[in-house]
Design a binder for this molecule. Structure first.
Ligand code: GLY
Length: 411
């Protein structure tokens, strides 16, 4: 190999791999993803046309949700990535079909997840097709999401109510760390319309999350509950993590990805510092397994961490992995690597590539036609709720595909 090429490949974080083996890796994974998605499309044809793939039941069959759950955007989003990767016109038609089913969501205001629901579907659709009708639907979706903002709390309300795992206490202005992901829709609407109020809402929410949701060591709380009269924090608890003071792995992943995206949109160095702080906390954590696929919570079953009395986490003795968190982090690191100093960027990129290889290996990637036709195995939806434990999840596949796409575009 010529020295210059060696230097370029090393800087790109490819020291252990050659460009041609990486191209083969990408092409075999994108072709695998295309096949799994086609199997899933065949299965969806046997179901209600408004049933959106989510996970798998104990018999190995795909299970679905309605479009009003938080995950309907991920299947159309994966179809868009597959179209980008294969240019298959049949996948293009299916991506349009599955995206357009979600049009009613543009007026939905009952929870905060509109960013996930619309930006992964219509956002990719608009990016790839340039169809102005999709842009207008996204902007209306951003208006609907903005209705959940309150200037007193400076935040978007995630759920209408949250019941503590400790007893009967209910909170009526809960904000969860996942909500950072929904801000991308608002940044998009601000740029498209010139209406700065969308950006104001997004930045205010991000600053409040940075202040109240992230601990000084850059680990994170899952749920922060606000008082709407004073704007003060009433409680910091968990909904899907092990304990209030623990760090739920997917929550940390949403934070890494979310603050990276917020830095991209604002160029405010405080957000970059938070994104790198959270990434370093995740990657350097002594509780992160060697293959960098985290346990579902960094502090599960550890001394000093106690689940609420009603939480199913009290009954679980297995330290399940959460592959979805690893897929989100791998995708985020590809982007974050572009925003930091070259040496640190090369390290993030190398980590992202090696995580992607791990996810695509036999321990986590299902054989074709199995796993309910989802790609990745071993994710966790919510142990406290006793749901979706050690299963495939549609969003793990989406961020896996996004990471493949980010890697492919960067070669
Ligand atoms: N946004 C919900 C979750 O990550 O499970």
């Amino acid at each position: 190999m010529k020295p210059l090429l060696q230097i370029i490949i090393a800087a790109a974080g490819l020291t252990a791999f050659t460009l041609s083996t990486e191209k083969d890796f990408l092409s075999s994974n994108t072709s695998y993803a295309h096949q799994q998605l086609n199997h899933m499309l065949t299965e969806t044809a046997t179901r209600d046309s408004l049933a959106f793939p989510r996970t798998m039941d104990s018999a190995g069959r795909m299970t679905t949700t309605s479009m009003y759950d938080w995950t309907p955007g991920f299947f159309p989003g994966s179809l868009w990535y597959s179209y980008e990767q294969t240019k298959d016109p049949a996948i293009y038609q299916q991506a349009i079909r599955w995206t357009e089913k979600l049009e009613p969501l543009k007026d939905f205001t009952q929870h905060h997840d509109l960013g996930f629901m619309m930006y992964c579907s219509y956002g990719n659709a608009y990016r790839i097709t340039g169809n102005k009708a999709y842009r207008d639907i996204l902007i209306q979706g951003a208006r609907s999401l903005s209705t959940r903002y309150n200037p007193v709390t400076g935040s978007i309300k995630s759920w209408n109510a949250f019941k503590s795992w400790h007893g009967e206490q209910k909170y009526f202005y809960p904000v969860i760390i996942d909500n950072l992901m929904n801000l991308e829709l608002l940044f998009f609407a601000a740029k498209e319309t010139g209406d700065t109020s969308f950006r104001h809402v997004a930045v205010s929410h991000a600053l409040q999350a940075m202040k109240n949701q992230i601990r000084p060591d850059y680990s994170s709380y899952h749920v922060v509950c606000y008082d709407t009269l004073t704007g003060k924090v009433l409680a910091r608890e968990t909904a899907q993590g092990y304990a209030d003071n623990s760090t739920w792995s997917r929550g940390q992943a949403w934070g890494i990805y979310g603050f990276t995206m917020i830095y991209r949109e604002t160029k405010d160095p405080r957000f970059l510092k938070t994104a790198t702080g959270m990434a370093d906390w995740f990657l350097n954590n002594k509780n992160l397994p060697a293959d960098k696929v985290p346990y579902w919570d960094f502090n599960a079953m550890q001394k000093g961490y106690t689940p609420g009395v009603r939480s199913y986490a009290n009954k679980v003795t297995t330290k399940y992995r959460d592959v979805s968190a690893a897929a989100i982090v791998a995708s985020a690191l590809f982007e974050l690597s572009d925003y930091v100093a070259p040496a640190k960027g090369a390290q993030y990129r190398k980590t992202a590539i090696s995580m992607l290889h791990t996810l695509a290996g036999p321990a986590y990637r299902a054989p074709e036609g199995q796993n309910g036709n989802f790609m990745l195995m071993h994710s966790v939806g919510s142990i406290p709720h006793h749901t979706e434990i050690d299963v495939p999840l549609v969003y793990a596949d989406y961020y896996f595909m996004e990471a493949l796409q980010r890697y492919q575009s960067s070669l």
